[in-house]
Design a protein. Structure first.
Length: 103
């Protein structure tokens, strides 16, 4: 529900290192909810598309090597950011938390 999503975003955003939270639909990769300047406008849409592709490829790889297994969590760390990606069990949504790994 909308209030659950808003409560979740508020809770996650309260953490000091968190720079943004994104909830996207799957497989459309449309932004359902976003917080933080990292996910504003076209930049947010770009993140949604890229994360959607990453989840699809990793999910296919997990299924290929572990028949019957399923993707639960992906962590991607770059020099500047860390993305924590959690696809919903029903595969309809993807939750993304972007944080500053140096904080």
């Amino acid at each position: 529900s909308t209030s659950e999503a808003d409560t979740l975003i508020t809770r996650l955003s309260a953490h000091r290192a968190v720079r943004g939270v994104l909830i996207i639909s799957n497989p459309e990769h449309a932004i359902i909810r976003a917080s933080g300047p990292m996910f504003d406008g076209e930049e947010g849409r770009k993140y949604a598309r890229v994360i959607g592709r990453v989840v699809r490829v990793v999910r296919e790889g997990v299924q290929e090597v572990g028949e019957g297994d399923e993707l639960r969590f992906v962590r991607v760390r770059t020099r500047r950011h860390e993305l924590m990606i959690t696809p919903a069990v029903d595969e309809r949504y993807i939750l993304v938390v972007l944080q500053d790994p140096t904080t």
